[in-house]
Write a protein that binds this ligand. Structure first.
Ligand code: ASP
Length: 322
């Protein structure tokens, strides 16, 4: 019997503690996989990513294939200003990308501060599968990617450059995240066998300091997957998320029996308790429990997420603080 099952059974049989353990653990000692897959993604662009992930699963691909190829659709959309090479640059004019993946067994791969590659999420997966490491950054990550068959793509998008040039006139640098300049995509999925995986990819905060890396490629901050419990991902001001190890916090709360939406809410609340001026910030968490239950919660209104399950594909708005 796996360690966790023993632990759940023990907790489930000890009076007061049993109340804190969710029904699925009390009933069976293990969690029951959903009857059909459940895929979640952050923001409106999550719908396209979900459709792709769903198709990958329907075609017999595994859940890791699904979350990698799902978010790659958004990376490939050069009209997207917050993910992939269409993203807004840093304050020096460089579009630098961060991405990570984690699978059911907790294996993880990540790249940060990479330029000139269309699909950092695929490189992150390769780091996981082909190296003994979890995270490669900057020049080293780029060299490793080239040496491992990833083709560089150098592109300049005149509209994005013009916007950046305009910004340099004032250089009113504020690490402000609002609905216009963020929208990382995080994707979480569980298949009908109960296998989980997650991915996260972003161009990060617009006009960030060159070299800045946010939460998105950091396992435990922008993404965390634990096959025994569930998965979570984050979007919004990465610094706020990193400080509380946000996604890991959400998953650990689910492990203790907290429902997914409530786990996301408590993570946001923890951020709120620690900061005074959050007026210009947004943070959103998305959580998927291994039995397919899911939830989301954000600091402020406007955080949407895509859900795909037996009922189809749809966009929902998260609950949020007042
Ligand atoms: N979390 C991302 C970052 O801080 C930005 C975002 O989600 O909008 O880089």
């Amino acid at each position: 019997m796996p360690l966790d099952r023993r632990r759940f059974l023990r907790l489930g049989s000890t009076g007061a503690l049993a109340a804190a353990v969710p029904s699925w653990t009390r009933a069976a000692g293990i969690l029951v996989p959903p009857a059909s897959p459940v895929v979640l993604s952050t923001w409106d662009h999550g719908l396209a990513a979900n459709r792709k992930a769903w198709q990958v699963l329907s075609d017999g691909g595994n859940v890791l294939d699904a979350v990698v190829e799902g978010v790659a659709v958004v990376e490939n959309d050069l009209g997207n200003r917050t993910v992939g090479q269409g993203g807004r640059p840093d304050r020096d004019g460089h579009v630098t990308l961060d991405a990570c993946v984690q699978d059911h067994d907790g294996r993880a791969g990540s790249v940060a501060f990479v330029e000139h590659f269309p699909n950092p999420v695929r490189i992150a997966r390769a780091v996981m599968e082909r190296t003994p490491h979890v995270m490669l950054v900057g020049e080293g990550a780029e060299r490793w990617a080239r040496e491992n068959g990833f083709a560089e793509r150098r592109i300049t998008l005149p509209g994005v450059q013009a916007e950046w040039k305009e910004w340099t006139v004032q250089k009113a640098y504020q690490p402000v995240v609002n609905i216009e300049n963020h929208d990382t995509i995080g994707q979480l999925a569980v298949d009908a066998r109960g296998r989980l995986a997650g991915s996260c990819t972003t161009s990060g905060m617009a006009y960030k300091v060159h070299g800045r890396v946010g939460d998105s490629p950091i396992i435990g901050a922008g993404l965390f997957v634990d096959g025994e419990v569930g998965a979570a991902c984050a979007t919004g001001t990465g610094e706020l998320v990193i400080r509380i190890a946000g996604s890991h916090t959400v998953v650990e709360m689910m492990r203790q029996g907290v429902e997914p939406t409530e786990a996301c809410r408590q993570a946001v609340e923890r951020i709120v308790r620690r900061h005074r001026d959050l007026d210009r910030h947004q943070v959103g968490f998305l959580a998927l429990r291994a039995d397919g239950a899911f939830g989301a919660f954000s600091l402020r209104q406007g955080f949407t997420f895509a859900v795909s399950d037996a009922a189809g594909h749809r966009l929902l708005a998260s609950e949020h603080m007042g």
